[in-house]
Design a binder for this molecule. Sequence first.
Ligand code: NI
Length: 210
Amino acid sequence: MASTRRKRTSRPGRRPAAGRGRPSLLLIGLAAGFVLLPALLWLGDAVTRPAIGGPFSLVAGDGRTVTDRDLRGRFLLIYFGYTNCPDVCPTTLAEVSAALDRLGPLADRVQPVLITVDPERDTPAVLAPYAAAFSPRLIGLTGSPAAIADVEREYRVYAAIRRTGGRPGAYSVDHSSVLYLMAPDGGLVAQLPADAKAPVLAAELRRRIS
Ligand code: NI
């Protein structure tokens, strides 16, 4: 048998045939890989991609720890921003406050939350009066840089320090601007555009929390 096999493989005409077979198999394998690999990657990503939101443990204006579990039972309207923000944050928070005022009693179902993207400067003592100036309903939350980085990651928030001078504290924070409406059980209901005016925002909220 061994001699026959040797004889066959050494026969001149066999090699091209084997050679023809191998590349076609290789091509099929490659083609399947091109189709399957992205499909598998997509599937894997869909399965492993974390949903928006998640557990957090932050610090409120009175210095008390507030976790996501403490805030369950009502809708949360979460905005990530910072007190030194020159334009977008104050505008957004003013519209949020006005929108909640328009909701009347329905507003009691929504807890607005400002989570700082500037934990270095936004201490509880800084954040609390800032939030209160927009609305007595608004809770400002801060925390350690690590805790803030964690919650930013969970909500897929973009935030990056941009230096504006040499002195410490001379910086602004570029950040994404999204309103996250979270369900009473902590799941995401919707991401609302932060540039929406109060009447639009109120209508959107009424539709989703009624
Ligand atoms: Ni801002």
